[in-house]
Design a protein around this ligand. Structure first.
Ligand code: SAH
Length: 264
């Protein structure tokens, strides 16, 4: 899979590409990443990529022309390297988009990739967006100063889902939001020492009894999800992902006030 990123700050990506578990995804080429400096596609001595907004107001707007030239160069390069590839979508990071979620990340992680555009200033000339952008993706209901962090977030989440990137192949199966966990939140985790500041690890985890441990983890996921993201419980229920055992356990939480007492 190949992602091309249009950005005015390609240098922001370097530390992320060379550190942590994701490094393997980029070094092995499991996820190919090509950074495109937008300024290289701008004309004139000053290689201008922005201008003042028509109608007045603060800030600057990214010019359509360099963006289109850069996009054409990327399309050309992709077609040269992989002539049989269908054109990949153009993604713009923007507060307008749907917030990125696990389902979206999974889709991208099984795709041929995309062309990602990182906005800056007040954003892009709307005519370029209307002509070329297929999908807008947001990181959430807040405003970043540029799309680079959003692009890195998407690339990070996609890279860790590639086979062989995580040391333990199965480990993302049990991550929050994963369908294998029925879209619930992950349970809490514990490691050595067994007693830390007089607080002991839950005994079941030391029991070696795998069925009990699995049951306990499922219950912890239900407790945490009920407490922090009750909407995910509703979603799992509607999707038929909660067993009678799960429902009985959730009922017992409510009835015993366990959720309240745990949250205090
Ligand atoms: N004027 C715009 C904000 C521009 S911020 C508005 O009010 O909606 C500059 C750039 O940062 C945007 O073009 C976009 O690429 C990126 N950006 C800002 N907030 C974002 C978010 N929540 N998700 C994804 N990208 C974002």
């Amino acid at each position: 899979m190949r992602f091309d990123v249009i950005t005015l700050f390609p240098e922001l990506f370097a530390p992320f590409l060379s550190a942590g578990i994701n490094r393997r995804a980029f070094e092995t080429g499991a996820v190919e990443l090509k950074l495109w400096q937008l300024r290289d596609y701008a004309d004139g001595t000053y290689r201008r990529v922005d201008d003042r907004p028509f109608g007045g107001g603060p800030g600057m707007v990214m010019l359509a022309e360099p963006l289109e030239k850069c996009l054409q160069a990327i399309r050309h390069d992709r077609a040269l390297k992989n002539p049989s590839e269908k054109p990949v979508p153009v993604v713009l990071f923007s507060p307008i988009g749907q917030p990125l979620n696990h389902a979206g990340v999974e889709e991208w992680s099984q795709s041929d990739g995309a062309i990602l555009i990182c906005g800056r200033y007040e954003g892009l000339d709307q005519r370029f967006i209307d002509a070329h952008v297929d999908v807008q993706v947001s990181l959430g209901d807040f405003v970043l100063s540029g799309g680079e962090i959003a692009a890195i977030a998407l690339l990070d989440a996609v890279a860790r889902l590639q086979p062989g990137v995580l040391n333990d192949e199965g480990s993302h199966q049990m991550d929050s939001f994963n369908p294998a966990l029925d879209g619930l939140l992950d349970c809490g985790h514990f490691t050595r020492p067994e007693v830390w500041k007089d607080i002991t690890v839950p005994p079941v985890l030391m029991s070696g009894h795998h069925a009990e441990i699995t049951k306990w983890r499922r219950q912890q996921s239900l407790v945490l999800t009920q407490k922090y993201r009750p909407d995910l419980i509703v979603g799992a229920r509607l999707a038929g992902k909660l067993s009678t055992q799960d429902e009985n356990f959730l009922f017992s939480l409510g009835a015993s006030g366990l959720v309240e007492s745990k949250s205090n």
